[in-house]
Design a protein around this ligand. Structure first.
Ligand SMILES: Cc1cc2nc3c(=O)[nH]c(=O)nc-3n(C[C@H](O)[C@H](O)[C@H](O)COP(=O)(O)OP(=O)(O)OC[C@H]3O[C@@H](n4cnc5c(N)ncnc54)[C@H](O)[C@@H]3O)c2cc1C
Length: 307
């Protein structure tokens, strides 16, 4: 049986693995399905030491190399089932058909944004098209910016971005299903933010992520320098935590002890976007390290109690 399995090799999971590696005695496996937010973001610009930005992929590749120096590996698989074992520890089953067992478990499976399938969107993500104003509001400062979203979620994003730019246009994609409420319509008007229904069919951008605007179903084009996507309904990937019976918040994020990052199930930890609602790269890494330190304490305790 392994000492620890980390499900999710994104920023939280890799940082946790590196911390566990530094105790130089644990058998740790990182299992990753390769489709997280850190695989999408092409530039983090709010990280200490990277004023020109660094991509999620670059951090992940560096992390994998670092795991190698501690003799750890990452296995590609998608974990579908997790259960407590009768004699202690946990059993997992992956979509590959493989089974895994460990004494402790860290869930770092993250959140997945509700993103439209528009051609041209992905090369821009994190570079010129964003999802998080705390991360990237600065990037639209005094720039002509589109908010591409739905209903009140998009309206609130536009109002938030007004702190950085007054050149905003909100294109509501789902106005029949999700009209903007009268209260937010009044606030948009008071803030001087235009909004209208418009069906975007593609992002007009170069392959290296330079955003020029969007193409609409009626054949017209709207030009802009930057955009934010805001549809709401992001998926919190907490299904494995739920299977194990861990306590979830109403918004499906996993409850963790603020000091240890352990979930309500003993010997199961959670870190990163899945656990906390701040959803930022450094917080994910910080939580990963914090969880690993307390996993080490728990594993040491288990060793000492062993007959
Ligand atoms: C477009 C975009 C731009 C962003 N910009 C910024 C920014 O500028 N600054 C900032 O601080 N943050 C930014 N973020 C947020 C940041 O990327 C996340 O906060 C961070 O990636 C969270 O790390 P994590 O490890 O919790 O999750 P992730 O990085 O998403 O990693 C989770 C991993 O778990 C894996 N996984 C999920 N389910 C399973 C399963 N069942 N089995 C196996 N593996 C599984 C996934 O494949 C993934 O690799 C941005 C996000 C996006 C999408």
């Amino acid at each position: 049986m392994l000492d620890c399995i980390i499900v999710g090799g994104g920023l939280a999971g890799l940082q946790a693995a590196i911390q566990l590696g530094r105790y130089a005695k644990y058998k740790v496996l990182v299992i990753d399905s390769g489709d997280g937010r850190s695989t999408l973001c092409r530039s983090y610009r709010n990280l200490l030491g990277y004023p020109d930005g660094v991509s999620g992929e670059a951090i992940r590749q560096a992390g994998l190399k670092q795991l190698g120096t501690y003799g750890m590996e990452q296995k590609p698989d998608t974990i579908l089932e997790a259960a407590s074992l009768p004699n202690g520890g946990f059993g997992l089953r992956g979509s590959s058909g493989a089974s895994y067992e460990s004494r402790t478990l860290l869930l770092a499976t993250g959140v997945m944004d509700r993103l439209p399938g528009w051609p041209g969107l992905h090369p821009c993500l994190g570079l010129t098209v964003y999802v998080c104003p705390d991360c990237d509001g600065y990037e639209v400062k005094d720039r002509r910016t589109l908010v591409l979203g739905a209903g009140d979620v998009g309206a609130r994003m536009a109002l938030t971005l007004r702190a950085w730019t007054d050149e905003l246009l909100y294109l509501n994609q789902e106005s029949a299903k999700h009209p903007v409420s009268s209260e937010l319509t009044a606030r948009l008007a008071a803030a001087g933010i235009r909004h209208r229904q418009a069906d975007v069919t593609a992002v007009n951008a170069s392959m290296d992520g330079v955003f020029h605007g969007v193409l609409l179903r009626d054949g017209s084009e709207i030009t802009a320098e930057r955009a934010f996507v805001a549809f709401g309904g992001n998926e919190v990937r907490s299904q494995l935590a739920a299977q194990l019976g861990a306590r979830l918040h109403e918004n499906r994020h996993v409850w963790t002890d603020p000091r240890t990052k352990m979930t309500s199930i003993p010997q199961v930890w959670a870190a990163g976007d899945i656990a906390f609602h701040s959803e930022q790269a450094v917080i994910a890494m910080g939580e990963g390290a914090q969880a690993a330190i307390w996993m080490h304490k728990a594993l040491t305790d288990m060793e000492e109690r062993r007959p």
